[in-house]
Design a binder for this molecule. Structure first.
Ligand SMILES: [Zn+2]
Length: 395
């Protein structure tokens, strides 16, 4: 009997140690396997390109880094992005997008809404129990994470909620002469998919209060608003979807149509009064991926004042080498005009890229090599985004 007791205790201890080890190293291991940078020698950046890059105001419209439990104030040697690497890469403005649900076997063709991998990730990362069953709570939790980083290091990260915040922080950033790792980063909060409203229109207010200033209607599956680009129904916006679009516009929250079905995009373009963005995408004519909306829809989004934000991963641009991303940027400029093209990396969004955010000068170098004009480089890297936010953030 005593031996049995000892055996049971040993088994329990081993199991507990296993769980403990998994909770400590598991999430980091998962992230390492999901967000890779392909091995490469350091990129050659000429002094001219470096100088031009350091003089730009740069914005990235999409990064999912808040999903992973890393302390973003510390430079990590894995993943794509954190505050030190943003400062090093001279990114002035970063949209931090949050994921609240992701189906098993996620793919671009067809996904049902029945399964969810974020539940086990939330538990493994010891997020508050309220997030284990609520998508809305997952959005609030990730906003709290960014706010906690900003309050720990206000001189390195400032969260932007209004036009006034935006202009003041940009001025502050331009006055500090610091180079490299201590440059101020302006952070905005965005969401992937309105399923985190949990079917309640009034939750738009809660997300606004939590600081969210851009929300995409969909992610990988159909939701309460209508069809996803990767869903099953191919529905347009239903009545609830129309109400959400109107509510987002009332709050001056930027609508992102990335991941929405083309039918939904048509409906949004018909009823929206403000321009919309595609926060992370490629362009179909340059990369025939199911992930990319048609060229014709991109033109209509731009004609209404919207932005097409080009990503750096294979599903968007087909070939992730910097020179190929620049070819996509050139194609996008020819398609929608140089005032409507911007950057949307999808860093840390379960993507593999050819560079992390600290190495972004390679894009400036490649654009110079490809014969982009100074003004085209400035607009694509951030000028268009600054103009957009200056008009469409709340007052
Ligand atoms: Zn996405």
């Amino acid at each position: 009997m005593r031996k049995l007791k000892i055996a049971v205790i040993i088994v329990l201890l081993v199991a507990l140690t296993g769980v403990g080890v998994f909770l400590i190293v598991g999430p980091g291991m998962i992230e390492k396997s999901m967000n890779k940078v392909v091995a490469h020698p350091p990129y050659d950046i000429s002094p001219d390109a470096r100088k031009k890059h350091d003089g730009l105001i740069i914005m990235d419209w999409h990064s999912d880094s808040l999903l992973w439990n890393r302390n973003l104030l510390k430079r990590a040697d894995y993943g794509h992005m954190d505050i030190p690497r943003l400062a090093e890469g001279n990114i002035a403005i970063q949209m931090f997008t949050v994921v609240t649900k992701s189906p098993k076997g996620q793919n671009y063709e067809s996904n049902s809404a029945d399964s969810d991998r974020i539940t086990s990730l939330a538990i493994a990362q010891l997020w508050p129990p309220a997030t284990w069953s609520s998508l809305y709570e997952r959005a609030l939790h990730q906003s709290r994470r960014l706010h906690s980083f900003a309050s720990q290091a206000p001189e390195r990260l400032k969260i932007i909620r209004t036009q006034n915040d935006f202009i003041t922080a940009l001025q502050m950033r331009s006055k500090t002469n610091s180079n490299g790792s201590d440059k101020l980063v302006l952070g905005l909060l965005g969401i992937e998919g309105c399923h985190c409203l949990e079917g309640k229109l009034e939750n738009v207010q809660g997300l606004y209060d939590a600081g969210y200033r851009m929300i995409s209607l969909h992610h990988f599956f159909d939701n309460e608003l209508g069809g996803s680009l990767h869903g099953i129904s191919h529905d347009g916006l239903n009545e609830f979807g129309r109400q959400v679009v109107r509510q987002l516009e009332r709050h001056e929250i930027i609508i992102d149509v990335a991941h929405s079905a083309p039918e939904v995009v048509d409906d949004v373009l018909e009823i929206a009064e403000r321009p919309v963005v595609v926060s992370h995408t490629g362009v179909h004519g340059a990369c025939r991926s199911k992930r990319n909306l048609s060229d014709e829809q991109m033109q209509r989004i731009a004609a209404k004042g919207g932005l097409i934000c080009i990503g750096y991963w294979k599903g968007a641009v087909c070939d992730i080498r910097p020179e190929r991303i620049v070819k996509t940027l050139r194609y996008a400029i020819a398609l929608v005009g140089e005032d409507h093209v911007a950057l949307g990396s999808d860093f840390d969004g379960s993507t593999t890229t050819a560079f992390d955010t600290s190495e972004l000068a390679v894009l400036t170098q490649e654009m110079m090599d490809d014969g982009f004009s100074d003004s085209q480089i400035a607009k694509v890297m951030g000028g268009n985004s600054v103009r957009f936010l200056s008009s469409y953030l709340p007052n």
